[in-house]
Design a protein around this ligand. Structure first.
Ligand SMILES: C[S@@+](CC[C@H](N)C(=O)[O-])C[C@H]1O[C@@H](n2cnc3c(N)ncnc32)[C@H](O)[C@@H]1O
Length: 262
C-alpha cells in the first residue's frame, strides 16, 4: 500500500495552535479538566491539533486531486482554516466545526477511523480530545489518581450522553416543558453534577460548617479558621516548624494563609 503523508508531517498552523494552548490555561475554569491538577497535562488545543493532523492526509499525497504545488497549497490553507477554528476553546463543543473536522478524518480513513490508545494518559488530554473527534478512546496509567481522572472524564460521561438529568428540580421543568432543553452530549449529566454538588456542599456545611468559623482580621477581611494539630508544608513535605517565625504562609491575593500557634 502506498504511504500517504499526514498533514502533521508536512505543515501545521503552529502560531494558532500555540496561542490557543497558552490561552487555555487561563480560561478553562469549571471545565472537567480542572477536576484535579495534573502537573504534566497537555493543553487540549495541542492534543486536538496533533490527533486531527495525524489522521488527515497532506494534499501532496493526492496528486490526482492536487497535481500542482499551487493546488496543494490552496488545499493545505483550507485544512489550516479548519484546524485554526478547531483548536479554539470556544469551539470545543461547536457541532458545525467538529462535524467539518470529523468529515476530513472520515475522508482519509475510509470512514473507519482507528481507535486511540494512550497508555500513559495522565490527566487525559489525549483520549478526551480523541473522543471529541469521534474516535474510540482507550486510556491507562500507572498512577491510580490518573486512572480516576480518566474514568471521570472519559469513561463515565459517554454512558450518559444525550440523556436528560434526573435531579428533581430539572425533572419538574422537563415534565412541564418536555422539549424545553436539548440535552446534548454530557449536558444532562453536568446538570446533575451541579445540582448534587450543591446539595452535598449544603449538607456538609450543615453538619460540619460550625467547625470552620469565620473571623475578621484587622482590615475587616473575613477568613475561615481551620484548626489543625500538625501542618505540612505542601512544597517541601516537611513539618511547618519554620513558620513559627513567619506566621504568613502565603500572601497570594485571594488565598491568604496564616498560622496562629496556640
Ligand atoms: C507526562 S504524563 C502524561 C500527561 C498526559 N499526556 C496529559 O496530557 O495529562 C506521563 C504519565 O505516564 C505515567 N506512567 C509512567 N510510567 C508508566 C508505566 N510504566 N505505565 C503506565 N503509566 C506510566 C505517569 O503516571 C504519568 O501520568
Amino acid at each position: 500500500m502506498e504511504y500517504k503523508k499526514k498533514l502533521i508531517e508536512v505543515a501545521l498552523p503552529l502560531e494558532a495552535i500555540n496561542a490557543e494552548s497558552a490561552r487555555e490555561k487561563s480560561i478553562r475554569h469549571g471545565h472537567p479538566s480542572t477536576l484535579h491538577l495534573w502537573w504534566a497535562r497537555r493543553p487540549l488545543a495541542a492534543a486536538r491539533a496533533v490527533i486531527w493532523s495525524s489522521l488527515v492526509n497532506d494534499p501532496s499525497s493526492h496528486l490526482e486531486e492536487f497535481p500542482t504545488e499551487e493546488a496543494q497549497n490552496a488545499e493545505r490553507k483550507r485544512l489550516f482554516r479548519i484546524l485554526t477554528e478547531l483548536v479554539k476553546w470556544e469551539n470545543s463543543n461547536n457541532q458545525d466545526i467538529l462535524n467539518a473536522a470529523k468529515a476530513e478524518i472520515m475522508k482519509y480513513t475510509d470512514n473507519n477511523p482507528p481507535a486511540l490508545l494512550d497508555p500513559f494518559a495522565g490527566g487525559g488530554s489525549i483520549p478526551l480530545e480523541a473522543q471529541r473527534l469521534g474516535l474510540e478512546a482507550h486510556a491507562s496509567d500507572l498512577n491510580p489518581v490518573a486512572v480516576m481522572i480518566n474514568k471521570a472524564m472519559i469513561e463515565i460521561p459517554p454512558k450518559f450522553a444525550g440523556q436528560p438529568p434526573v435531579n428533581p428540580e430539572s425533572r419538574k421543568g422537563l415534565l412541564s416543558k418536555p422539549s424545553s432543553t436539548d440535552w446534548r452530549g454530557a449536558s444532562g449529566l453536568a446538570d446533575d453534577v451541579r445540582y448534587y454538588g450543591e446539595w452535598m456542599k449544603k449538607k456538609a456545611f450543615e453538619r460540619i460548617g460550625h467547625l470552620y468559623p469565620k473571623v475578621k482580621d484587622e482590615h475587616g477581611h473575613e477568613h475561615t479558621v481551620i484548626t489543625v494539630t500538625t501542618v505540612f508544608n505542601k512544597f517541601f513535605s516537611r513539618l511547618l516548624t519554620d513558620c513559627s517565625v513567619i506566621f504568613t504562609i502565603s500572601t497570594n491575593l485571594g488565598s491568604c494563609f496564616f498560622t496562629n500557634p496556640i
